[in-house]
Design a protein around this ligand. Structure first.
Ligand code: ZN
Ligand code: FE
Length: 257
């Protein structure tokens, strides 16, 4: 059994702390200071670090948190400094007594990975980094729409009750965009209410889960007739648009929303 809690950092990042009785890990520590504080508050010592991709807001704290012997698991293809356990698709690592499986999800960056676990006695867990957000997805800095759409579909295939821990608190802005392309979706309307209630109290809107994302995340809803008809005028093809094209157009619209 392990517990997961957020370490809020910068403007809208979450570093995730995973704690069992014997181990404490952190996911994507972009800054060492809040992590050290969280460890001190708990009287814990860091067992290892998980990294989803090479952006500085996800790795900026690794150097300071690192000490000889500390396991730093990160994407093999990135091979940046301090990753001493480079992993690729399908690899499995033990974290807090549970098996975590690596899923390669190119798009936001070419070498972005996610970590998925089905711990016994707990709901499945996904650390999705900057790939799948609550009601949104990451920008395409390095990959193509086709790659990102494929990556998101792999995550979409995970069990509905998978708890999704993403790396940013973007949910309110994401929902505003979701509503703009699918205003008739009552699940989005209701989620806007729930999330604004949480945020007004300073409570994180994540984790989310796959079921909620299927119902409200426009980037996973490219088969929605309402979305298709709302963006049809912006699509290049005149016939029935394919899913990737709809996804690409949604991502483009969100970039300037
Ligand atoms: Zn990023
Ligand atoms: Fe980020």
């Amino acid at each position: 059994m392990f517990q997961i809690s957020p370490i809020p950092a910068f403007h809208d990042n979450y570093f995730w702390l995973i704690e069992s009785d014997t181990e404490t890990w952190v996911v994507d520590p972009g800054d060492a200071t809040p992590v050290i504080k969280a460890l001190q508050d708990r009287g814990k010592k860091l067992s290892g670090i998980l990294i989803t991709h090479h952006h500085s807001d996800h790795i900026g704290g690794v150097k300071e948190l690192h000490y000889p012997g500390l396991q730093v698991i990160g994407p093999k293809k990135d091979r940046f400094e301090l990753v001493n356990d480079a992993v690729s698709d399908g690899d499995i690592r033990q974290v807090c007594g549970a098996q975590f499986k690596v899923i390669e999800v190119p798009g936001h960056t070419l070498n972005h990975i996610a970590f998925f676990s089905t711990p016994s006695g707990q709901a499945p867990v996904l650390f999705s980094g900057d790939t799948l957000f609550a009601a949104g997805c990451g920008r395409l800095f390095e990959g193509t729409p086709k790659q990102m759409f494929h990556s998101l579909n792999r995550l979409l295939a995970l069990p509905d009750n998978t708890q999704v821990y993403c790396a940013h608190e973007y949910t309110e802005a994401n929902l505003r965009f979701a509503l703009s392309v699918e205003p008739g979706n009552q699940d989005i309307v209701q989620r806007v209410r729930e999330v604004s209630g949480l945020r007004a109290q300073g409570i994180p809107s994540v984790p989310t889960n796959i079921k909620i994302e299927k119902a409200t995340n426009p980037f996973l809803r490219t088969t929605s007739a309402e979305i298709t008809s709302n963006i049809k005028a912006k699509l290049e093809s005149t016939g029935t648009p394919d899913q990737t094209e709809i996804f690409a157009q949604l991502r483009k619209m969100k970039d300037i929303f």
